[in-house]
Design a protein around this ligand. Sequence first.
Ligand SMILES: Cc1ncc(COP(=O)(O)O)c(C=O)c1O
Length: 389
Amino acid sequence: MRSQPRIATRSDIPPFIVMDMMRAANEKAALGEHIIHMEGGQPSTKAPAKVIAAAHSALDHDRLGYTDAKGLPELRERISRHYQDRYNLTISPHRIMVTTGSSAGFVLAFLSLFDKGAHVALPVPGYPCYPHILRALDINPVFIETSGQSRWFPTVSHLQDVSAKHGALEGLLLASPANPTGTMLDAPSLQKLATHCASNNISFISDEIYHGLTYGAPAPTALAYNKDAIAINSFSKYFSMTGWRIGWMVVPDYLVRPIERLQQNLYINAPTLSQLAAIEAFDCIDELENYKNAYEINRDFLLNELPAAGFTKILPADGAFYLYADISHLTDDSQSFARLILEQTGVAVTPGQDFDAARGHHFLRFSYARSLKDMQEAIKRLKPWINSR
Ligand SMILES: Cc1ncc(COP(=O)(O)O)c(C=O)c1O
């Protein structure tokens, strides 16, 4: 008789509920239902025209072989120029690693920085894959419960509190603008955290994937305040290239070779076709700013209309394309509530449990990355549904 098949405990991590919601929504859409997608952090816009043209040309003319593990030199030079243009920072292409989306960047950062059992602080609510990846690598996430008072970000005193409780922290990871709240750290607050980390031997990993998608002041980079910070970024969001699976990371000199070795062994290189196309992305700013302006219009529309539809407790967001709503007056179980909304209105949203295991049952995340027409349709469906409850 065959014994019980073996499954490693490393794989025993929670699902990424957004992806589960997306699957449920897509299954309904496949049956012919008109679904409004507000669950995923996925632009409905295409990649910029020049990116698509470069991909066509690469398919026709390029061998699409492996690249240098760190990525194509032309792309790394272009990314370096982007730091000069956007942040007025000189970053040597030597310190830039092209990755398979920011998702691969997290794995490379965690493996290069933390040994088994290390403690890495994460603000909650936050992007669910951070703790899931850490757990799969036997690294301990240390959750910092934040509130609207600090605009859902940790402060230095939070870091001191968790260190007193759990022992020295090896790392801090956060995204600004943030998912799921859309809030952003201003430069002085980011600087305080970054310098605290630098002087307490805490590696600071800054997920900058939503840079470019801010509706007031631009987002500052942690690289300006902490020379050892790792900045992780991606072409997925601002550049509207989710499925191209391409991103990058900026790492301190001493991590270049360790991360290069990890990349060689784990991934070899980020997809060559996407690398060749991504070189063009930085020269498509007009097109991308139009996308961003459309998100801003969506955001303003929802901030006006969601309260009228019963979602009255929303923290105004500075960036990304999310609104995080407190729905404690509507339910104690946001997961069932989100399923019911999908079932009965065809609007897909994400329950807060994905982002905050302890308090997420009282929250929903709305993504406004789709068209204004979709946002209008969502409100048209949600208003009578909530009001009839
Ligand atoms: C905060 C944050 N970081 C990283 C990712 C993953 O992005 P990528 O497509 O670059 O792997 C996401 C995706 O939603 C995200 O919201």
